[in-house]
Every structure is written in C-alpha cells, then in structure tokens.
Design a protein around this ligand. Structure first.
Ligand code: ATP
Ligand code: MG
Length: 186
C-alpha cells in the first residue's frame, strides 16, 4: 500500500507527530538525493519528532515556571562584584544539588545579584527539563494567607508539585503575614 504525501500528512496529524510532519518533505528529498538507507532516514525523522517534543516541553515548563525573563550566567558581569562566590554559583548552575535533593540558599546584601543568579539557575533547570516554580516569597505567602481555607491546600500542592522550588526574598520578613509565616516555621 502506498500513500501520497497529503495522505501521510493526514496520518501524521492524526497521530500528533508534528515534528515529523514539519520535516518529512525535506527528509524525503534528502534521502532521495543521497540514496540514503531507509533506517538512516527513519532515525532522522524520529529525532525530529523528539527534538520538537523537547522544545515544546521546555516552552511549557518556562510558561508554568513563574519566571518572567530568561536570564543566564553568560550575561552576568562577575567584575561588578568580585567578592561573589563564582565557583559556588556555577556549582549550583550545574544543578547537582537538584539531582541529590539538597537545598541551596543565597544570602547577601541588596543589589548584589542574588536574584539574577537564582533566575539563571532556575532557567537552566527548565532547559534540563525540570518542572520548576519561581516565586516571590512575599507575594506567594500573601496570596496564601488571603485565600479561603478551601483553596489553600490546592495552592500549596501547586508549588510542591515541582522538581525545583525557588523562593526569592524568602526572609524579607517585612510583609509575610503571621499566618503564612507559620508555614515556614511550623
Ligand atoms: N554582576 C551582575 N551582572 C549583571 N547584572 C547584574 C549583576 N548584579 C546585579 N545585576 C543586575 O542588577 C539588578 C539587581 O540585581 P539582583 O536583583 O539580582 O540583586 P539582589 O541581590 O537580588 O537584590 P535584592 O537583595 O534587593 O533582592 C538586576 O537587574 C540584575 O540583573
Ligand atoms: Mg533579589
């Protein structure tokens, strides 16, 4: 049985294989031009589908993360503050602490780049495929304290249902309501 390209396209749509749909014509031309073995072409098409799924996953993870900017350590100016523990920042960026289930904490004076590094680590975790939540602690605990009791559990579940939870300005205690503070110091 042979199918035309439009028929194959319909099947691929039905099977939700959009990565293959997008590259099929190119891969067919490529295979014909180079007398490429079938298995080689098939592998390329499979890889196209996997690549598409991976990039969609990362886009979805970013959208759900609460991050509003894609910061990296590449644009970080280490000369701005030479006392920053550069090696420790890169160590965190390598995400081994996530793999072994440890916590990490940034402590430092205002404006020294804590949030910037934390956001870069968060974004790196997303690129690695982790499910991440980045929250301004004040904001989250305020919302939590103001929520009706019935919604609180769902709010908590939403942040605990992730691989990496980043709480920025955690101990900026100026505004965390007592009720929400009890969550941190039960
Ligand atoms: N070394 C740096 N290179 C590039 N940008 C930097 C650097 N340090 C800080 N910044 C920028 O300066 C601003 C303040 O940095 P950031 O918010 O990360 O500081 P912070 O330590 O979190 O401060 P705070 O304690 O007030 O929250 C941000 O826009 C950040 O991107
Ligand atoms: Mg900050």
């Amino acid at each position: 049985m042979t199918m035309t390209l439009p028929e194959i396209d319909r099947c691929l749509r039905q099977l939700r294989l959009s990565g293959i749909r997008d590259t099929l014509e190119t891969r067919v031309l490529q295979a014909q031009g180079a007398s490429q073995p079938f298995l080689e072409t098939f592998c390329l098409l499979l890889q196209d589908e996997l690549d598409r799924r991976q990039s969609r996953l990362i886009a979805r993870r970013y959208q759900q993360s609460g991050l509003e900017e894609k910061l990296t350590l590449a644009e970080f100016d280490w000369s701005f503050n030479p006392t920053l523990p550069r090696q420790a920042c890169f160590q965190l960026h390598a995400l081994k602490f996530v793999a072994v289930g440890e916590n990490a904490m940034f402590i430092g004076k205002p404006g020294t780049g804590k949030s910037h590094v934390a956001k870069a680590v968060t974004y790196q975790a997303i690129l690695q495929g982790h499910k991440v939540q980045y929250l301004e602690a004040d904001d989250f605990f305020h919302r939590y304290a103001l929520s009706p009791a019935a919604q609180r559990e769902a709010r908590l579940r939403s942040i605990f249902d992730c691989d990496v939870l980043v709480l920025d300005d955690l101990f900026l205690a100026r505004t965390i309501p007592d009720e929400a503070g009890a969550l941190l110091h039960p």
